[in-house]
Ligand binder design. Sequence first.
Ligand code: TGC
Ligand code: FAD
Length: 392
Amino acid sequence: MKADQFQAPDYYNLDELLSDEHKMVRDAAREWVKREVSPIIEEAAQKAEFPKQLIKGLAEIGAFGPYIPEEYGGAGLDQISYGLIMQEIERGDSGVRSTASVQSSLVMYPIFKYGTEEQKKKYLPKLASGEMMGCFGLTEPDHGSNPGGMTTNFKDKGDYYLLNGAKMWISNATFADIAIVWAKDEEGRIHGLIVERGMEGFTTPETHNKWSLRASATGELVFNNVKVPKENLMPEKSGLGAPLGCLDSARYGIAWGAIGAAMDCYDTALRYAKEREQFGKPIASFQLQQKKLAEMITEITKAQLLAWRLGVMRNEGTATSAQISMAKRNNVAMAINIAREARQILGGMGITGEYSIMRHSMNLESVITYEGTHDIHLLITGLDITGIPAFQ
Ligand code: TGC
Ligand code: FAD
């Protein structure tokens, strides 16, 4: 892969809206991605391997639990810093950002919000340092967009809970030390359980042959009469709203992350268009190519402002789930469209691993599907503005 020459676009001087701390956190993540991710990510994706050596660095830049209080090992940062970290990591690769998103918003967040003090003390500091990794099991083979229909279940056996069922499409499953598993009790109410690797009957087979998120490990979680200690149930919230509350946090991070992927595609295409000559001129001098580039920077700028405003509302505690949904849907669609256009600007070179665009493009096919598909988010906005659910 070519040397990483990334220069972040900031057409509307968004930097002026950021504090010194935001910029410091963002720049540290940016430098780390240039130094540690860019040189190795193409090969990892080609080989379909998760680059485990990045875990330590991810922890050091505060990517694991950026907004979790320092007393539990988190970085104690605000929501905009969290967003900026996700943006920078996804500028490198959506799969690496996935690992950070899952660890922060889908593993540390539920333990922090719904767990006991003992659970927080036991797990959060190790998750923040990367000594322990986690995954999040909500989706099942027959229940993706409709997680409320899940069949994974547990029975109270007096001394322990007996867990049975299976989860599918789980990021980090193959190497996670713990899994946050959403399962129904005997009354059909959803609860979150912390399942540890090594518990008898718990296996995590890998999902192979992906064309997308190849540098992220995806797998299943299979529970065959797993005895889960009672103290591993997170008691503070139950019902579908508990996992969906975690998704709010992760979807918010993705709204920022997608901007990173888009920025990388735009920056690569702009540089290439100025250097590549056809018909005796740089291709950047042709109106059709300028149209593509001008539309890209316009859409990136709009997405940046959307994410920033959402971050302010998240800091104030006023952002609604529907507002988060809109940003996730808009910004991922923006990024996937930019990746497709940017790839065309590179002509044949665009399909090679010499440049990052094709990898981003393929990665974003997962990002537009996970954490709620594009269409599900459209329906969430539809419900919010009409008051009428159109899911069924
Ligand atoms: P519905 O009846 O609307 O709601 C059930 C309960 O949940 C509450 N609720 C929420 N709470 C917090 N945050 C949200 N975003 C919430 N949305 C709904 C709601 O108030 C209600 O509470 P209560 O107390 O009244 O019971 O539920 P529904 O069954 O009609 O479904 C609604 C729908 C379709 C929007 C929801 O199921 C949905 O979002 N589906 C998409 C599923 C999804 O996003 N799965 C993601 C799996 S995890 C993942 O993809 C990780 S990828 C990670 C990576 O690698 O980066
Ligand atoms: P389906 O729900 O079967 O949807 C198929 C199509 O039907 C979609 O286009 C959808 O929009 C549409 N559709 C469904 N319902 C409706 C409706 N009511 N109205 C209109 N259209 C509808 N899950 C986890 O729990 N943890 C993870 O860590 C995780 N990581 C993932 C990593 C990857 C790489 C991928 C690809 C997925 C991951 N997922 C994870 C699962 C992801 O959240 C689901 O794939 C997603 O929620 C969609 O579910 P599905 O694939 O079953 O699609």
